[in-house]
Design a binder for this molecule. Structure first.
Ligand code: PEP
Ligand code: MG
Length: 572
């Protein structure tokens, strides 16, 4: 039966596909007990599900390609090992036999026991393997629900729309390579890293669709209108006709745009705005160069450190940074130092202890300064890359001038060391500060004196100013960049930077969303950094705006009391 659902847009686009429902670790089990006669069958069912899962993983690693393939294959191999681990499999079979549990109930019980054991482990790498366990359990669980021996469906994502609670960024990357058409998440938020990744893949994604997991079934047809944060399950003929005409319109617009030359981004009254790109790997850098980005305004280096057993060496980091610089020709590349924490977790050798409240924990520059050897390795790799083009270094999560001073002093000693060893590098490597913590806003005058440039991290700044977790669907309405407090915060930063003549850009997600372009122009921003795929949309929006009249309205934006008045101001 046709039903309509509403959530929030996480990544725009229109798509039609079959549902693939993936349950979270909160598994729905068959709770009743089985009798003796059913035990052999139940054991067989579990073993068949294990086999199906093994085949799925095997076929998945064979199909992977692209930038993340190596990391993802490592993850898949770790998952395959769990499937062969007697602690896991024998435990489930023992529970079926001794406790007369259904395979789903035994699997859940075994998962809970192992998860508790993982939680008690001191070693953070091993503890992080609990996520792997959950992913494996979910796969086996799904195979059990489908009858275990069913052929390999989970790995064939072509034409499928994933319906899930939430999913980790790596999982999305993997499914994208398999041809996934879209994502419907019951939790998650438009500001999670998974959503950022979905936008970079141009994968339609809607989040916060409450109740969808219970009501949507595997194979249901879904029409996903992610631009409006909505979906129709089992669409009727009228829906499909509308979908086809919307699709045609999108294709026409695409064709028209691809004929247009990129050119310089200008407002209608001729004011030049610089559009930079956010990147995190070689592929996005290529997209950035193709989209005509003025520079790489933010290179997120932490993705090099995630989900691996060993830290990337100076040499490995150097090659990645150098290649980014070479790919951008004479345009600058802003390399951000390690920014792990919150939803960007890391297993492996970094040994970050689990924190009660990681968003307020040992993140970004705090972590780097505490691990100075690690930080120095990264700075040296960045400095060496500066011999190949224009490099800028950017510090994340700064909340005090002392942090910038300490980072600069380490940078200078790395420079001296490299110089002494006659390693080539540029003499001019500007050091910038991300403004993404309210404390940094309050001291932006002082920071502007010691920083060479600012980059506003509006994703984090909004969550800290508004006390609303960017990853939490329950507070998505509170995480509103059109909150007057946030607009006034942006103004304070921009005004501080402007007075101190400190160059400033904005690189959070609002920079790439044309909805916010008029507002940011009104506040005086002239440098926007965004995913390369958003450059065209923002450029098109700029061409419709009159900067002079928007600037004249800046005070009214600042004094707006609520969202409604801000929206009204943006419209006229
Ligand atoms: C931000 O916080 O706005 C930002 C650009 O950094 P990240 O999204 O990587 O935290
Ligand atoms: Mg940030």
């Amino acid at each position: 039966m046709r039903s309509q659902w509403q959530g929030s847009k996480a990544s725009g686009g229109l798509s039609l596909g079959r549902a693939r429902v993936v349950y979270s670790a909160n598994l729905e089990i068959e709770a009743d007990l089985i009798d003796d006669a059913a035990i052999p069958n139940e054991t067989k069912r579990f073993e068949a599900a294990l086999n199906t899962t093994r085949q799925e993983l095997q076929s998945l690693s064979e199909r992977l390609s692209g930038a993340l393939a190596r990391d993802l294959v490592e993850i898949i191999e770790a998952h395959a090992l769990i499937l062969d681990d007697p602690d896991f499999t024998d435990g489930v079979v023992a529970l079926i036999r001794a406790e007369h549990l259904h395979a789903t109930a035994a699997l859940k019980r075994q998962r809970d026991q192992l998860a508790a054991a993982f939680d008690a482990i001191e070693d953070p790498y091993l503890r992080a393997r609990r996520d792997d366990l959950d992913h494996v359990v979910q796969r086996v669980f799904a195979a059990l629900q489908r009858g275990g021996a069913e052929p390999d469906r989970r790995v064939r994502a072509d034409g499928e729309i994933l319906v899930c609670e939430s999913l980790p960024p790596a999982e999305l990357a993997q499914l994208q390579y398999q041809g996934l058409h879209g994502v419907v998440a019951t939790a998650s938020s438009p500001y999670s890293h998974t959503a950022i990744l979905a936008r970079s893949f141009r994968m339609p994604m809607v989040c916060g669709v409450k109740g969808a997991l219970a009501q949507i079934h595997d194979g249901d047809l879904i029409l996903l209108d992610a631009d409006h944060g909505s979906l129709i399950v089992q669409p009727d003929a009228i829906d499909l006709t509308r979908f086809r005409s919307q699709q045609k319109e999108i294709e026409r617009t695409e064709r028209r745009r691809s004929r247009q030359k990129a050119g310089v981004a200008k407002t209608r009254d001729g004011y030049v705005i610089r559009l930079h790109a956010n990147a995190d790997d070689a592929e996005t850098i290529v997209l950035a160069a193709r989209a005509g980005a003025d520079s790489i305004g933010l290179f997120r280096t932490e993705f090099l450190f995630m989900r691996r057993r060993e830290l990337p060496s100076e040499e490995e980091q150097f090659r990645v940074y150098r290649d980014a610089v070479i790919s951008m020709g004479n345009k600058p590349v802003t390399l951000r130092t390690l920014d792990l924490g919150a939803d960007k977790t890391v297993g492996g050798p970094l040994e970050i202890s689990q924190e009660e409240n990681p968003a307020l924990g040992l993140r970004g520059i705090r972590l780097s300064l505490q691990r100075s050897a690690l930080f120095a390795t990264q700075l040296r790799a960045m400095l060496r890359a500066s011999a190949f083009g224009s490099v800028r270094i950017l510090l994340p999560m700064v909340s005090a001038v002392e942090e910038v001073r300490a980072a600069r002093s380490l940078l200078e000693s790395c420079m001296a060391e490299l110089r002494a060893s006659k390693v080539p590098m540029s003499d001019q490597v500007p050091l910038g500060v991300m403004i993404e913590v309210p404390a940094a806003v309050m001291i932006c005058n002082e920071l502007a004196r010691i920083a060479d440039f600012f980059a506003i991290g509006s994703n984090d700044l909004a969550q800290y100013v508004l006390a609303a977790d960017r990853n939490n669907a329950a507070v998505v309405n509170h995480y509103d960049p059109l909150h007057p407090a946030f607009i006034r915060t942006l103004f304070l930063v921009f005004d501080g930077a402007h007075r101190a003549r400190c160059p400033i850009s904005i690189c959070g997600e609002i920079a790439g969303d044309p909805l916010y372009t008029p507002l940011l122009i009104a506040l005086g921003l002239t440098d926007f950094s965004m995913h390369p795929n958003s450059i065209r949309d923002v450029r098109d929006m700029l061409a419709t705006l009159n900067r002079k009249s928007l600037r004249a309205k800046a005070k009214r934006f600042l004094h707006a009391a609520d969202r409604e008045s801000l929206c009204a101001l943006m419209e006229n």
